[in-house]
Design a protein around this ligand. Structure first.
Ligand code: ATP
Ligand code: MG
Length: 244
């Protein structure tokens, strides 16, 4: 069985890309065949994966009818990647103007991977909707701060609406609390609120705030960083694996 997991939350900077990249690497490390698709014009997942943002991406695949295989690159993390980049802004418009909604789901059918991980932009736009159509599950990273619960309900409602219209088999697979620092009272309050509102969706595993992890993209990889990332991957991996 193939799993296609969208990592989504329209709020920015909550750890979507960090989750997508580390989950891909963790799954690849356990010998699963993994494809990471960067659907964000910022292209942060591509940078983290060591992929060139100027290579072909889904923009060329959609607009020039190229085979999706032509956009797949190898990453430094043992998984494969379709890079993101600025031309995905134009792809967003192209999908809307040409009624191409649901195309990604069709494009992924023939690909042979154990897991496809979709990193989405901080908006509920056409690119995110493409991911929600194509996914079999959505993982929502959430930072325990003011306003973090706003937006979650509309994301969950969107997924349920697509599901009720038989447009997708997607379901919300869980909410994962990221960058957690329980010394912070607000984080504790929001965390409790979240457990109250979504008791069946919140993963018990918390992803701690880890400075080494934040520094990793700018400083290259050190022994400490490898250790920090390893711990992080163990946390997210065990959280996700609980459900699958
Ligand atoms: N557990 C963590 N500990 C410390 N820093 C983290 C952690 N997770 C993510 N970060 C840092 O927080 C910032 C935002 O993370 P990330 O880019 O993954 O969020 P995002 O939701 O993908 O953002 P965007 O909405 O802009 O795409 C980054 O600088 C990242 O390095
Ligand atoms: Mg991101």
């Amino acid at each position: 069985m193939r799993h296609t997991i969208a990592i989504a939350n329209q709020k920015g900077g909550v750890g979507k890309t960090t989750t997508a990249v580390n989950l891909s690497a963790a799954l690849a490390a356990t010998k699963r065949k993994v494809l990471l698709i960067d659907l964000d014009p910022q292209g942060n997942a591509s940078t983290a994966a060591g992929a060139n943002k100027n290579e072909k991406n889904l923009f060329e695949v959609y607009t020039q009818n190229l085979p999706i295989q032509d956009s797949i690159l190898k990453s430094s993390g043992g998984y494969e990647v379709i890079p993101g980049g600025e031309n995905l802004i134009a792809l967003e418009v192209f999908i809307r103007d040409n009624q191409k909604q649901g195309e990604l789901k069709k494009l992924l059918i023939d690909l042979e991977y154990d897991f496809i991980i979709l990193d989405t932009p901080p908006s509920l736009n056409q690119l995110t909707l493409e991911s929600l159509f194509a996914a079999t599950a959505t993982l929502i990273p959430l930072q325990c701060e003011y306003y973090s619960l706003e937006g979650i309900s509309s994301l969950i409602n969107t997924i349920n609406t697509l599901n009720n219209k038989n447009l997708t088999n997607n379901r919300v697979f869980g909410i994962i609390r990221t960058m957690v620092d329980m010394r912070n009272n607000l984080a504790k309050e929001v965390s409790e609120e979240l457990e109250k509102h979504f008791p069946n969706l919140v993963f018990n595993t918390l992803i701690p705030r880890n400075v080494k992890l934040a520094e990793a993209p700018s400083h290259g990889v050190s022994a400490h960083t490898i250790y920090a990332i390893f711990i992080w991957r163990q946390s997210i991996f065990s959280a996700c694996w609980r459900t699958y």
